[in-house]
Design a binder for this molecule. Structure first.
Ligand SMILES: NC(=O)c1ccc[n+]([C@@H]2O[C@H](COP(=O)([O-])OP(=O)(O)OC[C@H]3O[C@@H](n4cnc5c(N)ncnc54)[C@H](OP(=O)(O)O)[C@@H]3O)[C@@H](O)[C@H]2O)c1
Length: 319
């Protein structure tokens, strides 16, 4: 098969469409003939050499994919050769085939094409696990989503609205603000010109930024507020006034989906299927696709993501 390999760490030009060995399904896994995959920021970090991979992880980028099951490993039940699926991956989605634990498979939701389904697993699993399972976001609470026009942000706004929350979101342009409002955001804050702390307090904050946002996030939390940090785009370290945390009885969580054990991922995927798939099928959550490119043009897709002008997900299709 062919896959996008990382020749050496660096810019988008290090991505190469190369002949590699086919994967085989281990016990509990299936192999998918990949129809499409989708970009995530982690792919860009992996390409720069900033995302150390756990032993056994596929060296090819790609945290999600869709396609048809072409091989089934020992002990897998409930899936058949030819089934159309999408899957949450630990890596390897930028390829013609990928092996994945059966617990990370999802059916393609009704009303979504096989190609578009590639862009659902990572964002829906990230948002559901953090908002519903970790932060326990409740009906009537106020949520701040940083980066509401991104792949994670567009899903977070809609899932939170479907859960009955009021949603405030930060965006980097008027065009992105307009799209975030169409998706249901109640308030948009342009992070280049406005201060998000002016629009709090927030019961829950989903933070993809880190760095100096830590102090401002905690400052704008409501009593018993929950801050969940899932991205570190602006830095790994920051000072924090602990008195604010203590007096508000606030909590700060940090999570990564990719490094969770397979059993945790299976639990998250099972909840996504139970709770988020119906939201997609009844139209309350729509997939926001910025554009679709051939998988062999992954370098161009990485350039687009790094330029930061996209809204929603960038999909890569296997021709
Ligand atoms: N921990 C996990 O399990 C997990 C899983 C998935 C993703 N993530 C993280 O989530 C983040 C988003 O991923 P993605 O795939 O959705 O990438 P993406 O589509 O490129 O989104 C990045 C977002 O960050 C926003 N942003 C950049 N600087 C900002 C600032 N100063 N203030 C507020 N927002 C800012 C951008 O807003 P504008 O475009 O409006 O400028 C954009 O919406 C990444 O950091 C990624 O690593 C973590």
């Amino acid at each position: 098969m062919k896959a996008i390999t990382i020749k050496e760490f660096g810019g988008p030009e290090v991505l190469e469409w190369t002949e590699v060995e086919d994967p085989a399904p281990a016990a509990g896994e299936v192999v998918i003939d990949v129809a499409a995959t989708a970009l995530n920021r982690a792919d860009v970090m992996q390409r720069w050499g900033l995302y150390p991979l756990a032993p056994g992880t596929s060296p090819y980028p790609g945290l999600e994919a869709s396609g048809r099951i072409s091989a089934i490993g020992e002990g897998v039940t409930g899936w058949r050769i030819g089934d159309e699926v999408c899957a949450l991956l630990t890596g390897g989605g930028y390829a013609q085939k990928v092996a994945v634990p059966a617990g990370q498979l999802l059916p393609v939701p009704k009303g979504v094409s096989l190609i578009e389904a590639a862009a659902l697993p990572e964002a829906t699993a990230t948002v559901w696990s953090n908002l519903a399972m970790t932060a326990r976001l409740e009906h009537g609470e106020t949520l701040l989503v940083h980066g509401g026009a991104g792949g994670i942000g567009t899903a977070a706004i809609q899932i939170a609205k479907a859960l009955g929350a009021r949603v405030v979101t930060t965006v980097g342009s008027p065009e992105k603000a307009a799209r975030a409002r169409e998706l249901g955001a109640d308030v948009t804050v342009d992070y280049r010109t406005e201060d998000f702390t002016d629009h709090g307090p927030y019961d829950v904050i989903l933070d993809v930024i880190g760095g100096e946002y830590l102090q401002r996030n905690v400052h704008s939390l409501a009593p018993d507020g929950r801050l969940v940090i899932i991205g570190l785009q602006n830095g790994l370290e920051a000072p924090l006034n602990l008195a604010e945390l203590v007096f508000k009885r606030a909590s700060v969580h940090g999570t990564t989906l990719r490094t969770r054990p397979a059993a945790d991922k299976a639990e998250i995927i099972s909840e996504v299927r139970e709770w988020v798939w119906p939201m997609i099928e009844d139209g309350s959550v729509e997939l926001v696709v910025d554009r679709t490119l051939p998988l062999a043009d992954a370098a161009e897709a990485h350039r687009l993501m790094e330029a930061g002008r996209h809204i929603g997900k960038i999909i890569l299709v296997n021709d």
